[in-house]
Design a protein around this ligand. Structure first.
Ligand code: TRP
Length: 333
């Protein structure tokens, strides 16, 4: 049975704390997928060093992210959870794929353009080359689907182009994966500028809520959330982006529909609504935070999870790598 399941793979960069947006938009839906798909999730630590990182912080965040994934319901028995740098085959395949990726293709990546504008003092080759490593991350597991957000779609497209190019020369070595856009999956916006996606790089620290954040801080952020000059709690993302975003969060946290929420807060002010959204979010996050904290105290367990994950991932990854090495003409050792 296991073999017949479609394979799915995704990575998250441990470049910041997990946000409420990535939880509601992605991670929350990952737990249920394990029954349907053979899932690989990894901490993309190698990607994070395209911008300068504090080494101790990177290590802490990588492990904390793993703990948080598990606390969010990802069962390490049912999913393969691992750390990217523990599987050297990613980097090895990355080098090969570099030679099948065009300079021009990489210069067209919108994220590269944005990030090199943001980090003008450190436009390193890794930043430029990052989509090739990402293609290697993906292709090495021969997945059917890659769940990604909008901002990563172009990278998945490039990954498909690289796979097709390689297959065109050497025959069907790589499965050409499809981007997977989940049917349900909220797109949570910034609390302070609700036209933009909630992001850890939001310049206003009040715009972004973190999954593991202190409840008092969380409550404050919701109280300060930008709304509009009306008074009615009504779902209208175009004219009322702030309120609609809060409704979305509240719907996720409570399971209520927009109709129910409109009725619940009919005639009440925005203040009461914002407090309710804050409270509901705090309650939704509480068990996750507590479980993450408990897991972080159990270093041996986490170590066992990522070691087992890396072993399983390496087994599959090395199979693909051997095939690729053979195709391009490397002498087998
Ligand atoms: N680039 C992705 C991001 O920044 C993270 C990532 C790295 C990824 N490798 C991947 C996502 C492979 C999906 C598949 O969000």
């Amino acid at each position: 049975m296991e073999d017949q399941k479609k394979v799915m793979l995704s990575g998250i960069q441990p470049s910041g704390e997990l946000t409420l947006g990535s939880y509601l938009g992605a991670i929350r839906n990952w737990a249920e997928r394990a029954d349907q798909f053979d899932c690989y999730y990894f901490m993309a630590d190698m990607h994070t060093i395209t911008v300068r990182q504090n080494p101790a912080e990177l290590r802490r965040r990588t492990v904390s992210q793993l703990a948080a994934y598990i606390a969010c319901g990802l069962d390490p028995e049912k999913n393969t959870l691992f750390i990217q740098s523990h599987v050297p085959a990613h980097a090895q395949l990355g080098w090969v794929l570099n030679c099948y990726t065009m300079y021009g293709e990489l210069t067209r990546m919108t994220q590269f353009k944005a990030k090199s504008a943001q980090h003008a003092e450190n436009i390193n080759a890794g930043l430029f080359d990052y989509p090739v490593l990402m293609a290697a991350d993906i292709l090495i597991y021969q997945p059917d689907y890659v769940p990604v957000g909008d901002d990563q779609k172009q990278h998945v497209e490039l990954c498909r182009d690289i796979a097709e190019r390689f297959n065109g020369i050497y025959g069907p070595v790589f499965k050409v994966p499809e981007p997977y856009i989940p049917k349900v999956g909220a797109r949570i916006m910034s609390l302070s500028s609700p036209e933009d996606k909630m992001s850890k790089s939001d310049h206003d620290p009040n715009g972004c809520v973190y999954l593991l954040e202190d409840p008092a801080v969380m409550a404050k952020k919701f109280k300060r959330a930008v709304t509009d000059s009306e008074t009615s709690v009504r779902f209208d993302p175009v004219n009322k982006p702030g309120i609609s975003n809060l409704m979305q969060i509240y719907a996720c946290a409570t399971g209520r529909t927009y109709d129910e929420i409109e009725k619940e807060f009919d005639g009440m002010g925005y203040g009461a609504f914002k407090t309710a959204v804050g409270d509901a979010t705090i309650e939704m996050c509480r068990p996750i935070r507590e479980e993450t904290e408990r897991l972080l105290k159990d270093k041996a367990y986490l170590e066992q999870v990522y070691t087992a994950g890396a072993e399983k991932a390496s087994y599959i990854a090395n199979k693909t790598l051997r095939k690729v090495y053979k195709k391009v003409g490397f002498v087998p050792r």
